[in-house]
Design a protein around this ligand. Structure first.
Ligand code: ADE
Length: 275
């Protein structure tokens, strides 16, 4: 790690790379996790404490906070559906973007936001159930607006590979032996044939329901976004998504509990590069 750090720092300075100017120590990390089941093992593992008044009282969102090494870690979850009174987790882009925005507004000193959670994986991109992916970029696959000027807005592509950590998503994945790829986001767990075309066009390796929305909120605050996704189901496989997802949710959440501290150790000990 030390060698890589020196190498990357020297490399960045010697090439005069435009996007890398200085290495910052990481102090404040937000981890955005949509579902309680995904977040619970990690919150327990780090012994984080519920912060009662973190979010406005009319929102369902939850925040848990505590130290990890030199960092303060704040986990935010989207809470339960009180509007339709179903009591299920508020998955999807709307709660994700709103919770992220409010958390970044509350914690303007945030050095990096990690969006961790489960995802579908594409076999054609080498994904297998249980794999951990570091997200190199995000895009939507269900925001179709066939008016030329609106097309790129609808797709909402964002490169998240450069300031994901002090080096790049690539170095993080290499060091921790995780896979790399684009995360395509939509508001459905399943997919249509039309979705398929757009996910292919997005060059997606994984599919989720939040990343592109969270990265959008991060962009408004100029806060680095790092996507970390564990595969629960194979999108281009033979099993119904919901069956595979439910069967693997617990194992994937436990795998996140291992992956997240490794990523935190990596970024908290070394630093993050800001543009
Ligand atoms: N989360 C886990 N699996 C998913 C899938 N196939 N699509 C969207 N979000 C997911």
């Amino acid at each position: 790690t030390a060698f890589l750090f020196v190498f990357v720092t020297l490399f960045a300075h010697n090439t005069g790379a435009t996007t890398i100017s200085k290495t910052m120590p990481v102090k404040n990390v937000i981890v955005a996790i949509a579902m309680e089941a995904e977040a619970a093992p990690f919150i327990q593992h780090l012994q984080l404490k519920l912060v009662a008044d973190f979010f406005p009282s009319n929102t369902p969102f939850q925040a848990y906070q505590g130290p990890h090494g030199d960092c303060t870690v704040t986990v935010i979850t989207n809470g339960k559906d009180t509007v339709h009174e179903t009591g299920v987790d508020n998955v999807g882009t709307v709660p994700a973007a709103l919770a992220t925005f409010l958390a970044l507004q509350k914690l303007p000193e945030t050095d990096i936001l990690i969006n961790a959670g489960t995802c579908g994986g594409f076999r054609r991109k080498g994904a297998e159930v249980g794999n951990v992916f570091v997200v190199t970029g995000v895009a939507h696959h269900d925001r179709r607006i066939p008016i030329p000027d609106f097309v790129p807005y609808g797709i909402g592509k964002l490169d998240t590979s450069r300031h994901g950590d002090f080096t790049t998503a690539e170095v993080l994945a290499l060091e921790l032996e995780y896979k790399l790829g684009v995360c395509t986001t939509g508001n459905s767990l399943d997919k249509t044939e039309e979705d398929d075309k757009h996910m292919l066009a997005n060059d997606a390796a994984v599919k989720d329901m939040e990343a592109a929305a969270i990265a959008w909120s991060c962009k408004l605050f100029d806060t680095p976004f790092l996507g970390l996704k564990v595969v629960t189901d194979i999108v281009d496989g033979e099993h119904p998504t919901q069956d595979e997802f439910l069967a693997n949710l617990l194992a994937a959440s436990q795998s996140l509990q291992v992956a997240l501290p490794r990523v935190l150790d990596h970024i908290c000990h070394v630093g993050v590069v800001k543009d």
